[in-house]
Design a protein around this ligand. Structure first.
Ligand code: C2E
Ligand code: CA
Ligand code: CA
Length: 770
């Protein structure tokens, strides 16, 4: 575009220069030609005048010569009969039949006497004294033709000697005015004035005084008044025109008559209207030149436009190309981007597997096809066992890497038509087409086999397994929703059956699933209706036979089923996240109850409440605990938290921080079900715990079972070494109590002393121990 802009400016400059130059040039040529034409015209005018003068001069001379040859005149002169000389009628004839209107004759005898004058009756006077030239001619007779200024006017004169038989008889002089010349010029539209130089003023004694202007004498008899005024106004200018001048639309030129001494004697000022001068050819030529210039201009303009246009076209072409390239590039980018977006929308970023969206899409397509072709479609639902534990224990980075490794094993050797997808979390699906039950079992077992090998991630050796649920079209469902839901249900069943397992869907599972949904609804309603109530199981110091504490255990007072035990709903409540609400409720309810008893002066010992792993991970737990303490004004030194070993070991570092905060509130912490969770001793040392609770499984068979005896002894000595309190749960028999007390574990909890009791019974029980 910049280039075109420059071209445009250059074009304008060029056009300007061109117009200026061509105008000046044409005008110059025109002026030159006009000047030439005017010069020529003025030359012609002067030439014409010259011719007229010459003609008249010659005519006068001829007249004189003719008359000098006249025998009559000669005879009269010889006989000196001067009075008989008469040329008047001759003058008249000339006047009437020629252009010579004012012609006069004079005859002079050899003595210099004027013997005849055609214009006057005066004769006989001697003119030698006043006319020098006559004297010269008489002395040496010859023919003379001249223009001279006389006493009357400026005139033509021709003087011819008359001879008779070689005897000089005298001179015949013919005189004529210029008037006829003036008239002739006038007929040709040439204004004219014959102006006699002022040097002759004195000589023109008898001239008309009115014809003098500034000493100059105008010879014309009836001059054009306007013209006369125009000329007289600037006489010196007009009489000195060398070539021509243009004034008031007229061409002026001057013809100078010189006297014998070559001094200017008179001036013919001639003027011709410019309109009378034909300059049409010059004008035409000018028009032609202008036309040529315009044609050239148009040519150049077209050329420039063409160049500009070509340039512009090139420019536009270039820009279009650039634009096209850009558009193509952008389109490609957009395509790429939309492909990426589509890919991202349909794939899981961690494993690059198709996500739920794409899986469902493929499943729908497969179903459509299968319905037409009577095919079979199977959905395999995979859920990693213990993945949450691994994630909590080793962190998300390890969890993510594990998922990637699992993906590798899951996709290995898969047929291209089978889709492996990640639905989210640790859930995977596999879409199998046209596989019978044996084929499916083959696929499933081969995957389970692959999963047996350990995963090596961040120098850790990890093991994980799949719980797998299978549903197939047409027998287990006809829609994608149904198939996926049923595969999920089957997977749940597999999990319930002990994990690392697969299960084909059957309709019974749906009933279970329905039951689960029902249970969830009921639990939520129970919470709303305050159907949960705390039971209390006393803890007894068996050695000193006194109450050391109460463990709060939740019971669900079902409106139709009566008392429901926690194993029927706690794991499910944990699974669906309802445990937090239940625990918070239990925490407050049990605290309030114990506080009441304390206020009644009943010795209760410490109140133990159970804490689920969910609570341990919940950010709000600590606040809930504090609010409960504040609201009930329960003294934290009477409060003990029970948390299972496995719960702590799922995420020990997190457990450590939260337990420390709990302890800092003045609350005791006991490890529940101790001995089942493979706690590392180093961790145990670090944890801010106060008590170990020996799990019921080790208590059942003591003192008979040696292994259990050994384990219980070890746990008791471990507690002592770590300076922790010790308690045994699930104690039902006297021998168990005796053994435990003997080994140094005085605190006992179990049916031997009491089952968990409702408020009323517990109060009774406590009262008996006061
Ligand atoms: P746990 O914390 O180990 O509680 C002890 C369980 O053993 C109680 O069962 C109790 O009734 C039972 N038990 C006590 N002594 C004996 C005995 O001598 N013989 C036998 N066979 N059992 C005995 P329960 O009340 O059914 O509670 C089961 C589990 O439910 C509890 O195990 C605890 O983990 C959980 N739980 C109970 N209440 C709550 C609660 O409020 N919150 C949470 N998060 N969990 C609770
Ligand atoms: Ca407990
Ligand atoms: Ca326990």
């Amino acid at each position: 575009m910049k280039l075109n802009y420059r071209i445009a400016i250059l074009s304008f400059i060029f056009i300007g220069l061109y117009l200026y130059a061509s105008y000046t040039y044409i005008q110059e040529i025109y002026n030159e030609q006009l000047h030439e034409r005017y010069t020529k015209t003025s030359n012609i005018i002067r030439g014409k005048l010259q011719t007229l003068i010459n003609e008249k001069k010659e005519a006068i001379l001829l007249l004189s010569i003719a008359l000098s040859e006249s025998d009559t005149i000669k005879h009269l002169l010889v006989t000196k009969q001067y009075q008989k000389l008469n040329l008047d009628s001759f003058s008249d004839k000339l006047k009437h039949h020629s252009s010579l209107h004012n012609v006069w004759f004079q005859i002079i005898n050899p003595n210099g006497q004027s013997v005849y004058r055609s214009w006057s009756s005066k004769d006989g006077d001697n003119i030698l004294s006043i006319r020098n030239e006559i004297k010269k001619i008489i002395n040496k007779p010859r023919i003379i033709s001249l223009i001279s200024v006389g006493r009357y006017d400026i005139t033509f004169k021709a003087i011819v000697p008359i001879y008779h038989q070689k005897k000089f008889l005298g001179l015949i002089e013919t005189i004529a005015k210029f008037n006829s010349i003036g008239r002739k010029l006038q007929t040709e539209n040439i204004d004219n004035l014959l102006i006699v130089d002022k040097r002759y003023k004195n000589q023109l004694k008898f001239a008309n005084k009115e014809h003098f202007f500034n000493g100059y004498y105008i010879s014309n008899k009836n001059p054009n008044k306007i013209f006369l005024h125009q000329v007289v106004k600037e006489l010196p200018l007009f009489i000195h025109i060398r070539n021509f001048i243009i004034k008031e639309e007229k061409l002026f030129t001057t013809y100078t008559l010189f006297d014998i001494d070559q001094q200017p004697m008179a001036y013919f000022v001639l003027a011709k209207p410019l309109s009378q001068i034909d300059i049409s050819d010059i004008k035409n030529q000018k028009i032609t030149l202008i036309s040529i210039a315009i044609i050239i201009f148009i040519g150049i303009a077209l050329f420039i436009y063409y160049i500009y246009f070509i340039n512009y076209k090139k420019f536009v072409k270039k820009q279009t190309l650039i634009l096209q390239k850009n558009v193509a590039h952008k389109t490609k980018e957009l395509q790429k981007q939309s492909e990426i977006l589509k890919y991202q929308a349909e794939h899981d970023p961690l494993t690059n597997l198709p996500n739920r969206l794409l899986f469902l899409d493929r499943l729908k397509q497969a179903l459509k096809y299968a319905k037409r072709k009577n095919g079979k479609v199977s959905v395999l639902f995979f859920d990693l066992d213990r993945f949450k534990e691994i994630n909590d224990t080793y962190g998300h980075e390890v969890g993510d890497k594990l998922l990637q490794e699992v993906t590798k094993r899951l996709t290995e050797n898969r047929r291209s038509e089978d889709t492996v997808a990640r639905l989210g979390g640790d859930e995977f699906t596999l879409l199998l087409l046209n596989q019978d039950q044996d084929g499916i079992i083959h696929v499933v077992t081969s995957i389970m086999k692959k999963m047996e090998k350990p995963f090596y991630i961040n120098n850790l050796e990890l093991y994980t397994t799949f719980s797998i649920g299978i549903s197939s079209y047409p027998e287990d469902g006809t829609t994608h929703d149904e198939l996926l839901r049923n595969a999920d249900t089957a997977m749940y069943e597999a999990k319930m059956n002990g994990k690392n397992n697969y299960h084909f869907y059957n309709s019974k599972m749906t009933e279970i699933a329905i039951a689960r949904t029902k249970l969830e609804k009921e639990l939520r309603k129970a919470l709303e209706n305050k159907e949960f109530i705390p039971y209390f199981q006393p803890k007894i110091d068996a050695k000193h036979n006194k109450i050391v504490g109460l463990e709060a255990l939740v019971r669900w007072q079902h409106p139709t089923k009566g008392i429901v035990f926690p194993d029927k709903f706690i794991p499910f409540a944990e699974e669906i996240g309802l445990i937090t609400a239940i625990d918070n409720y239990m925490m407050k309810a049990s605290m309030k109850q114990v506080l009441l008893w304390q206020q009644e002066g009943i010795e209760c010992g410490k109140l133990s409440i159970n804490l689920s792993a969910k609570q341990l991970n919940s950010k709000s737990y600590l606040n809930e605990l504090k609010t409960a303490l504040n609201e009930t004004k329960f003294d934290p030194k009477y409060l003990e938290i029970e948390i299972t070993e496995t719960h702590i070991m799922r995420n020990p570092s997190r457990a450590l921080t939260i337990l420390e905060k709990i302890k800092s509130l003045g609350i005791s912490i006991a490890i529940d079900d101790f001995g089942t969770g493979y706690s590392s001793l180093s961790y145990l040392k670090k944890l801010p715990i106060t008590k170990l609770k020996i799990d019921r499984s080790f208590v059942i068979d003591i003192p008979e079972e040696d292994d259990d005896v050994a384990i219980v002894r070890t746990i008791i000595s471990l507690a002592k070494n770590l300076r922790l309190g010790i308690i045994a749960e699930g104690v039902e028999k006297k021998e168990q109590v005796e053994f435990l007390v003997q080994e140094g574990c005085n605190d006992i909890q179990g049916y031997y002393f009491s089952k968990p009791l409702d408020t009323q019974n517990c109060k009774e029980f406590l009262k008996n121990y006061q």
